[in-house]
Design a protein around this ligand. Structure first.
Ligand SMILES: Nc1nc2c(ncn2[C@@H]2O[C@H](COP(=O)(O)OP(=O)(O)O)[C@@H](O)[C@H]2O)c(=O)[nH]1
Ligand SMILES: [Mg+2]
Length: 330
């Protein structure tokens, strides 16, 4: 959680924790959203809150209907540093991407609708692992009704465009508009200020896939022209492994997180298990992540930064950076 949230926000959060009815929880979440300063440092929090609001609404409706609503068991529990969904039209190469960069053995086939259930895999990148989830295709005529929810609850999306397809631009626009129709907006950059909580913006990288296909270079020109202003574009081929390193790095970057390494005083750094927190998080946020009780008891920290700090003492609200080594003193 970013530092410097207004005290009213913390108060609303306390009240939210104490809320006992679905209506009350929804109320307090909306209050928190209203009080949350909207800027780059709170992007992750804004999107988390919107998800909570959307779930609280479901709970409320479920409670009203006198039982559980139709939440079909398609949710994939998050694992690793973040969850990224693979989104696209049929046959664009989504499952091939999953198979190329994760341990999962997704079924790749030259005909559409091979993927009918969400299918997760873990993608290693440097010292973290990112969860990729292959989704069934989005088509002009059909989309599994639970797909938008999985897109909305993901931390980011990879929007796959097929460079082997003459209609690649139309096909990508179709996917975007199908999702837009259900209040789900795929965007290259999250907006700074979102007042309409019904629209879920999902940070997205456009993956121009099958770069090895005949005519791919010409189609890439079209894709760049059409979408270059809206999304970062990564060109790949699952067949030749072109661009897969870029895909891994861009996926990690799209999560808006940083890696932090903790150190126990007098002991070596734990380089194997970085904590990941939203960019903009402070020492106190890391302390909370390490151990709930540290939030109260933390007195100060020492920070080693790349090319900057060398064991310098910092306060609880000091903002951390990717790669920082932090020694927490209670
Ligand atoms: N030339 C080429 N074909 C690919 C590539 N990736 C996937 N394909 C082919 O495209 C078709 C659909 O792939 P698949 O991953 O199942 O697409 P999905 O429906 O989006 O999951 C299959 O015939 C794949 O062999 C690639 O990088 N290059
Ligand atoms: Mg598939």
């Amino acid at each position: 959680m970013p530092a410097n949230l207004p005290p009213q926000y913390s108060k609303a959060e306390d009240e939210f924790r104490k809320a006992t009815t679905p209506a009350d929880r929804l109320d307090k979440l909306r209050e928190m959203f209203r009080l949350l300063p909207k800027h780059k440092g709170t992007e992750k929090l804004q999107s988390d809150l919107k998800q909570k609001i959307s779930r609280a609404k479901d709970d409320l409706e479920g409670a009203k209907a006198g039982g559980k609503t139709s939440s079909v068991g398609h949710k994939i529990p998050k694992e690793g540093a973040g969850q990224i969904v693979l989104v696209g039209a049929p046959n664009v190469g989504k499952s091939a991407i999953l198979a190329a960069v994760t341990n999962a053995k997704a079924e790749v086939a030259p005909y559409p609708y091979t993927t009918r259930a969400p299918y997760p895999g873990m993608m290693p990148w440097e010292d973290v692992r990112v969860q990729l989830v292959d989704l069934p295709p989005i088509d002009a005529n059909f989309m599994e009704p639970w797909v938008p929810n999985l897109v909305r609850s993901a931390d980011a999306a990879l929007l796959v465009a097929d460079l082997g397809d003459d209609d690649v631009a139309d096909s990508v626009e179709m996917v975007l508009s199908r999702l837009r129709a259900v209040h789900t907006e795929l965007v290259g950059d999250l907006p700074f200020d979102v007042e309409d909580e019904t629209i879920q913006h999902v940070k997205t990288v456009l993956i121009a896939a099958k770069a090895d296909a005949d005519g791919a270079a010409d189609r890439l020109e079209i894709v760049r022209e059409w979408f270059g202003g809206r999304f970062p574009i990564v060109v790949i081929s699952s067949n030749t492994a072109l661009g897969l390193d870029d895909l891994r790095r861009s996926s990690y970057d799209s999560l808006g997180i940083m890696r932090l390494y903790t150190k126990v005083p007098g002991k070596p750094i734990d380089r194997d298990h970085p904590f990941t927190l939203p960019i903009g998080s402070a020492v106190i946020d890391l302390a909370r992540e390490v151990h709930r009780e540290l939030e109260q008891s933390l007195k100060f920290a020492k920070v080693w930064s790349l090319g900057a700090f060398d064991g310098q003492t910092v306060k609880r609200d000091y903002e951390l950076h990717d790669g920082d080594v932090v020694e927490l003193h209670a």
